[in-house]
Ligand binder design. Structure first.
Ligand SMILES: [Zn+2]
Length: 207
């Protein structure tokens, strides 16, 4: 139709050849995946572990590697949080048939993606492109998303070597429900700035 299209939350690798073909054809299509699809595999989801219920669902480990390959070759453009707050009761006491499909990723997405990216040989330049530059461009912001002279100072001080085990109860998310509970993640955000103004200091520290 000529319409501009963005595909959200790509979870299944089955769509990757379609996306790649559409891009070769020159169609105006972009696509994203999310940190939980890049981190977890269906095989690792425990019975009744509805904190892993996402929409669409988390697939197997081989599928996850296809998603990483698609990020590397540009078939997938970016990584979006799909931050989806969900109260414990919405997780339906382990009943996947009734559980709300949603994972909160806002506080964890950068570190989760970084943890997996490092293990596959990617660097901070790729992380920044997938989670900052391309999301800004998709949203139509030409004044941010990269570190460059004249652009808005939206910045993050990130320690790429730090490691920390996630405690769901300690997150600032509204509900203490997270498939990342107990997962060891690499990287630590020390400070963020929005348009040059400090926005958030590391938990426990003052701005
Ligand atoms: Zn969503």
């Amino acid at each position: 139709t000529g319409a501009r299209v963005h595909i959200v939350h790509v979870s299944s690798a089955h769509v990757l050849p379609l996306l790649a073909a559409a891009k070769v054809e020159g169609l105006a299509v972009t696509a994203e995946t999310c940190p939980h699809y890049l981190t977890f595999a269906a095989d690792d989801v425990p019975d009744g572990g509805t904190e892993f219920a996402a929409c669409p669902p988390i697939r197997d480990a081989a599928n996850r590697e296809h998603l990483w390959a698609a990020l590397a070759d540009g078939t997938l453009d970016l990584v979006a949080s799909d931050h989806s707050p969900c109260a414990p009761e919405q997780k339906a006491a382990g009943d996947f048939g009734r559980a709300f499909g949603g994972v909160s990723s806002l506080q964890l997405g950068t570190r989760a993606t970084w943890t997996q990216a490092v293990a596959r040989g990617f660097g901070l330049a790729e992380l920044s492109r997938w989670m900052s530059e391309r999301p800004a461009a998709l949203a139509g912001y030409s004044d941010r998303g990269r570190i460059a002279v004249g652009l808005r100072a939206d910045l993050c001080a990130f320690d790429p070597g730090a490691e920390e085990t996630v405690s769901a109860a300690a997150l600032r998310h509204r509900h203490p429900v997270s498939p990342y509970d107990g997962v060891r993640l690499r990287g630590s955000v020390w400070q963020t700035w929005i348009a040059g103004t400090p926005a958030l200091a590391r938990i426990g520290e003052s701005v």
